[in-house]
Design a protein around this ligand. Sequence first.
Ligand SMILES: N[C@@H](CCC(=O)N[C@@H](CS)C(=O)NCC(=O)O)C(=O)O
Length: 275
Amino acid sequence: METISESRCYGGVQGVYKHASDATGTDMTFGLFLPEEAEHAPVPVLWFLAGLTCTHENAMVKAGAQVWAAEHGIALAFPDTSPRGEGVANDDAYDMGQGAGFYVNATQKPWAPHFNMFDYVTSELPKIITNNFAVDEERQSITGHSMGGHGALTLAMNVPQYRSVSAFSPICNPTAGDWGRPQFTNYLGSDETTWERHDATLMMRNVGLDIPLLVDTGANDQYADYLMTENLWAAVAERRKAATLRLQPGYDHSYFFVSSFLEDHVAFHAEALYA
Ligand SMILES: N[C@@H](CCC(=O)N[C@@H](CS)C(=O)NCC(=O)O)C(=O)O
């Protein structure tokens, strides 16, 4: 693993690291914030999955999460949103290919060899982080924005390793919309049954979720038609799931919205991580 940078931040350290990934078959870059407490003992970690067009850097520099993570003694992990590089498949569209991995393991050509973000985020990167830093494997929670909100919700519904899940303006029902259908067709193929486990609304309806759930979406989100927030809320209600689902008046899809409510999300996760 290569250290790209390490900077003192709210008494802890904001680092950026690069490593060779088995899951993606490429080099991958990630950000990791460690609070001061990590100097003495392993700390819990909150994963932050970013959205379309993002790298590991967007949430790391724009969400303002470190101040709240430092307050609660929680590490923050910022993975990239896809494999990258010259030998990696791509597409001219901003919402397909590099920067748009959708947190699935692609089964179709030309994506299949590298686009394995589900395995990378749920399995490989947690091991790398817990083996190399003072981070407690037993205490992980997950959040994300937009495509990363979709990732946070669906990963939490597929693997049992998270104590709580939250999302900012998540893509809630990707199998029904344009942020989902084209990408799942490309990455997973035309058999839509293989898409279901990557759709938070369908998973909520069919499988449910046992951990605490918090979702915030801007009432003025310019991508509301892609997100289909109402479908997830209906599924939560059908399931009688205890959850906090909020529409924030006046807010749009940007990181100004994310940063405005990040304090609440970190506090929500801290309650689960320190229970
Ligand atoms: N139409 C936009 C869609 C992409 C977008 O809004 N991405 C969001 C997540 S879905 C984002 O986080 N962008 C990067 C940023 O704000 O730093 C574009 O073409 O860039």
